[in-house]
Design a protein around this ligand. Structure first.
Ligand SMILES: Nc1ncnc2c1ncn2[C@@H]1O[C@H](COP(=O)(O)OP(=O)(O)OP(=O)(O)O)[C@@H](O)[C@H]1O
Ligand SMILES: [Mg+2]
Length: 217
């Protein structure tokens, strides 16, 4: 007979195996060195115009409620150097201990990992993981627009996550309205609009600011 305790133990073991499996499938996809120590605490909120900082804080604090809502993702949109990837990794770093499995990477890198080269099965397993992992961060969405193969893969991932209401965090330089007008992207953009709270990130390019400060100091 399966009692409540045994069922909980089975679920824990399933979760552990899922986490291990995702780690194995995406072993090449480590958190880039630059973003390893990024947290919400070391983000300077005074430099960012918009609600990006507040949204990130609230998202981490209320994730257990938000994850069950219809719109349970975030889309950080704005020009280069405004801290979109920093905030996305800060959220990921805070939530990793609280989710079964999480995958985070730049869209061009993730697409490269899905391309069926020698190991087609590995590509399919990775695609399945991107569709079903509890949390996925797609950094730099819209960086690859031309290939219909990429558009199709993105649609498969986002449609599966949309249907199962799985939290997805996106960063992009391209406004959602503009994304939707890219040929073939209408259905991708439409789903993101419902899945994610759009968070406009505006302000100075932090990369250039750091350089100017270094020169002056
Ligand atoms: N408000 C901030 N406080 C502290 N560090 C910041 C802030 N904004 C950006 N940075 C730092 O500046 C660098 C660039 O930020 P990030 O990579 O997040 O920009 P981005 O908005 O994703 O740019 P892109 O659109 O070009 O990808 C990173 O090292 C990041 O940690
Ligand atoms: Mg970025």
């Amino acid at each position: 007979m399966v009692n409540a305790w045994t069922a909980r133990e089975c679920q824990c073991e399933k979760d552990r195996l899922e986490k291990l499996n995702v780690q194995k499938l995406f072993a090449e996809l480590h958190v880039p060195k630059r973003y390893q120590g990024k947290t919400i605490q070391n983000f300077d909120q005074s430099l960012l115009k918009g609600r990006g900082y507040d949204m990130a804080v609230r998202y981490v604090e209320r994730f257990d409620e938000i994850r069950h809502e219809n719109t349970n993702g975030l889309a950080f949109i704005g020009p280069p150097g405004t801290g979109k990837t920093h905030l996305a990794y800060a959220i990921l770093n805070a939530l990793v201990p609280r989710v079964r499995s999480a995958i985070c990477g730049s869209v061009p890198d993730l697409m490269e990992m899905l391309r069926p080269k020698s190991d087609r099965e590995l590509g399919e397993q990775r695609l399945h993981a991107l569709k079903t992992s509890e949390l996925v961060v797609l950094d730099d969405l819209g960086a690859e627009q031309e290939s219909s193969w990429v558009t199709e893969r993105l649609f498969m991932i986002l449609n599966a996550r949309y249907n199962e209401q799985l939290p997805t965090i996106i960063t992009s330089n391209v406004e959602l309205g503009v994304l939707e007008r890219i040929p073939g992207w209408g259905r991708v953009g439409s789903r993101i609009t419902e899945m994610c709270h759009a968070v406009l990130c505006d302000g100075a390019d932090h990369r250039k600011l750091k350089k100017t400060k270094n020169r002056e100091g």
